[in-house]
Design a protein around this ligand. Structure first.
Ligand SMILES: Cc1ncc(COP(=O)(O)O)c(C=O)c1O
Length: 437
């Protein structure tokens, strides 16, 4: 039988999949295989995946160690419900308790980051017997009604939100909401959390939730003291601190968890994506005190699924044994240097930011006007050169670069060369952008 072409697949998708499931690229890719750091399309063209399936295949596609462990588990049992004891789930809970900072000890497993965040909110509310929650503008928390309500980006929010959630300003230094610069700002954005508590809540907050680096927002990276100040405020008002590590967790930023860059010990953390390097998973971990308050029955049918649990355990082993956290730090430095060099030559690369192997380029025109058209050109150009990257930012104008932590130095140089050729091409096509301010 003849292979399905991308054009045929697109027609069938348009007919049978809701349009909200959006596609990248003018001619969407029909991918059929993952091989380590590469994806292969139906025509056999190979791409370096510098988006890692949305920061998910942390140890690459089909890592031999993960594959072996998952296959072995499939021989044993592909599903076990949480009404029975299951060693893969218990072992992963123990492992997470061992590697997370501070006193995080008790886990609840689900199948996605959406559920992990929704469960964190539920647990925080049970533990504090309070309802109100502070989230951040530019956040992305998931696709359920509660997590869409936590989200701070219009296109991802629900038409009608759930009550009890307030949004403080984000630590978006490139577009400071207070029109300050980091050296003189006195962390107005962090202090806004207190202003929001005092003016828009009853003062009795259950929790603050934030991504250490805001993913879909465009890898918005808060300055050094930001989370320490917010943590002090939230504790003073009796609330819990929830770190959404769905994008930043498990080595991505050059530390095991993103929040460790800010030296804050959260009361709850949420995980998904990279934890199992591609197997469906969500996890919420809490301090013993907070976790113990989560009584009353709960079922997440696929939460604790033994195949996903084994995939996660194997992923964590690979991260540790291959030294991938330190590798993300070192290769991240090289990636950042390469991007900064390009930025210095091309003013339409308005900002380069991030940590480790989580770096973004914000594309702009004169006076920082967001330029989604330039990001589209960049994505088409890099894809043609065999490198895939992601999109983010409130205007879809921020390029997200986040390869598997297993990339080689040579692959990183290959990607940087593709980025360089692409922006040089763009500069040639847009002479009007050369002298922009
Ligand atoms: C920071 C963050 N939290 C939560 C989610 C939701 O995760 P999922 O898509 O697995 O439900 C995402 C998804 O992109 C995310 O980036």
């Amino acid at each position: 039988m003849a292979e399905t072409t991308p054009e045929q697949a697109l027609a069938r998708q348009r007919k049978f999949i809701v349009p909200a499931v959006a596609l990248y690229y003018d001619e969407p890719l029909l991918l059929v295989r993952g091989e380590g750091t590469h994806l292969v399309d139906v025509r056999g063209k190979r791409y370096l995946d510098f988006y890692a399936g949305i920061l998910t295949v942390s140890v690459g596609y089909n890592h031999p160690r993960v594959k072996t462990v998952v296959s072995a588990q499939l021989e044993e049992a592909n599903h076990l419900s949480t009404f029975y004891l299951s060693m893969p789930m218990i072992e992963l809970a123990e492992r997470l308790a061992a590697i997370t900072p501070g006193g995080l000890e008790m886990s609840f497993f689900t199948s996605s980051g959406t559920e992990a965040n929704e469960s964190a909110l539920h647990m925080a509310r049970l533990a504090t017997r309070r309802q109100e929650v502070i989230a951040l503008r530019y956040a992305y928390s998931g696709h359920s009604t509660v997590t869409r309500s936590l989200t701070g980006l219009a296109s991802w929010r629900p038409p009608v939100e759930v009550p009890g959630i307030r949004h403080a300003h984000a630590a978006y230094c490139y577009r400071c909401p207070f029109h300050r610069t980091p050296d003189t700002c006195n962390y107005e954005c962090a202090r806004d959390v207190e202003e929001v508590i005092r003016t828009t809540t009853s003062g009795q907050v259950a929790a603050f939730i934030a991504e250490p680096i805001q993913g879909a927002g465009g890898f918005i990276t808060p300055p050094d003291q930001y989370f320490q100040i917010v943590h002090e405020i939230i504790k003073r008002y009796g609330g819990l601190f929830i770190a959404d590590e769905v994008q930043t967790g498990f080595g991505r930023t050059g530390k095991m968890f993103g929040i460790e860059h800010w030296g804050v010990e959260p009361d709850l953390m949420t995980f998904a994506k990279a934890l199992a390097s591609g197997a469906p998973i969500g996890a919420t971990i809490a301090t013993r005190e907070v976790g113990a308050a989560f009584t009353g029955p709960v079922i997440s049918t696929f939460g604790g699924n033994p195949v996903s649990m084994r995939a996660a355990l194997a992923t964590l082993e690979v991260i540790e044994e291959e030294g991938l956290v330190e590798r993300a730090r070192l290769l991240g430095e090289r990636l950042r240097t390469g991007l900064d060099e390009l930025k210095a030559r091309h003013p339409f690369m308005g900002d380069v930011r991030g940590k480790g192997l989580m770096q973004a380029i914000e594309f702009v025109r004169t006076e920082k006007a967001p330029a989604p058209d330039l990001l589209r050109e960049f994505m088409e150009g890099t894809m043609r050169r065999g490198v895939l990257v992601g999109k983010g930012g409130i205007d879809g104008h921020v390029c997200r670069i986040s390869p598997p932590l297993t990339i080689t130095e040579a692959e990183l140089e290959e990607a940087l060369a593709a980025f360089g050729e692409t922006v040089r091409d763009m500069a040639g096509r847009h002479p009007e952008l050369a002298g922009m301010a």
